[in-house]
Design a protein around this ligand. Structure first.
Ligand code: HH2
Length: 388
């Protein structure tokens, strides 16, 4: 058998691109003690393919379609083959597939911006923002996601000093009060300051592409990291978004970003992927991503979905001949106070049924309730009887 360590360097580069499950549509239904995985041969060189096949006992390797290598083995045996990045990754992938996601975790949105599309201008004063953060936590947010730069369609970047000035005092105070805080930023300088101030997550809508220091920073700090897909830039992203297959394209992008994380030593245990609802996507793209969240789980990492109050909900209204009150505003205008609660909860339910484990929302109480019910519907498990 080939020493698995031979794979280390190549596996770091290739494995995240190559992995997917055989049963992507409902991965949590796999038998809990058997790992069944498929590797896309397309990502592998012939010698790597041979060496990989060598590293597994012949009976563990199953014939599949010509572009796939399929493996099946007891999960314990898979784990026993560590340490090796490839097998670690396979084991992590299997664990994510086999274990039903627990109660989805909720990120409550706190924009300290004057121009965010829904809550812009409401929480600019740090005291108001801190009060809002506490309210979000009291309503059931597991994490408060603090942002100081709007990324709504058409928005312009703000200077880094402005972003720092907006988020830092709020992050510091909320963390000091014991809340789990995430910072929604594309800049390593802002992320670093927020982590120093007690934040435990970096939520980067550029997935580490905008600032070369971002991923190394996250590797060094071991913080949670959200990698989000975006096509283009906020200013222009909604102009002509085009995809061959939006889910496949988003998956390919996220695989590449996960590989970039591995290349600089980011621990995958704390990485979450996000299809970026509304970021360079038309209605049909957002709907396809929500319908096919299960496929996004094939990366073996938890999936976060942020559909809350976004404009595709208004587009869905219009597609079926209805109009919500907020849709009379100019599309993309800031601080409209849009609600879109019904559509947000429908989108969230679809995401949870598909296996999303984290949700980024404005309406925390309602969303957490919808997410709990959707999780029970999804898992086909009987909840324990209520206490008392
Ligand atoms: N959406 C927005 C901002 N950050 N982060 C992640 N991970 N996923 C998302 O879908 C996402 C995000 C945009 O929403 P919002 O913060 O409400 O508005 P704005 O960008 O105008 O501040």
């Amino acid at each position: 058998m080939t020493d698995p360590r031979l794979f280390d360097s190549r596996a770091r580069r290739l494995a995240p691109r190559a992995l997917h499950f055989t049963a992507a549509a409902s991965p949590w239904r796999l038998a809990p003690d058997v790992a069944r995985l498929a590797l896309r041969a397309a990502g592998l060189e012939p010698d790597e393919r041979r060496a990989l096949a060598d590293a597994w006992d012949p009976h563990e390797l199953h014939a599949g379609p010509p572009d796939e290598l399929r493996f099946q083995m007891p999960a314990d045996a898979l784990r026993a083959r560590s340490p090796s990045p490839l097998f670690d990754l396979l084991a992590a992938t299997h664990a994510a597939a086999a274990a039903p996601p627990a109660r989805p975790r909720v990120f409550g949105i706190l924009n300290t911006t004057p121009d965010s599309f829904s809550d812009g201008g409401r929480y600019v004063a740090p005291a108001d923002a801190v009060a809002r953060g506490r309210d979000l936590a009291a309503a059931g947010a597991d994490v408060v996601d603090v942002g100081g730069e709007s990324t709504r369609p058409g928005s312009e970047p703000v200077p880094v000093e402005v972003e720092l000035e907006r988020v830092l005092p709020v992050v510091q105070e909320l963390a000091a009060q014991g809340l789990e805080v995430s910072v929604d930023t594309r800049r390593a300088a802002v992320a670093r300051a927020a982590l120093d101030a007690g934040a435990r997550w970096v939520n980067d809508v550029s997935a580490g592409r905008d600032d070369p220091e971002m991923l190394p920073l996250c590797a060094e700090r071991g913080c949670g990291l959200v990698l989000m897909h975006m096509l283009g830039r906020p200013r222009t992203m909604q102009e002509h978004p085009r995809y061959d297959d939006v889910v496949a394209d988003v998956l390919e992008f996220l695989r590449e970003r996960v590989a970039a994380c591995l290349a600089v030593g980011v621990q995958l245990e704390r990485v979450v992927v996000d299809p970026g609802i509304g970021f360079g996507k038309r209605l049909e793209h957002n709907l396809a991503l929500l319908r096919r969240v299960g496929e996004l789980r094939s990366l073996g990492l938890p999936v976060l979905v942020g559909a809350s109050r976004k404009s595709f909900i208004a587009q869905a209204n219009r597609a079926l001949g209805a109009e919500g009150p907020e849709d009379r505003h100019e599309p993309g205008a800031a601080g409209q106070g849009v609600e879109r609660l019904g559509g947000s909860l429908a989108a969230l339910t679809a995401a949870v049924l598909g296996g999303a484990e984290l949700l980024r929302v404005h309406d925390v109480f309602e969303s957490a309730e919808a997410a709990r019910l959707a999780a029970l519907l999804r898992d086909e498990t009987t909840p324990p009887p209520p206490r008392g």
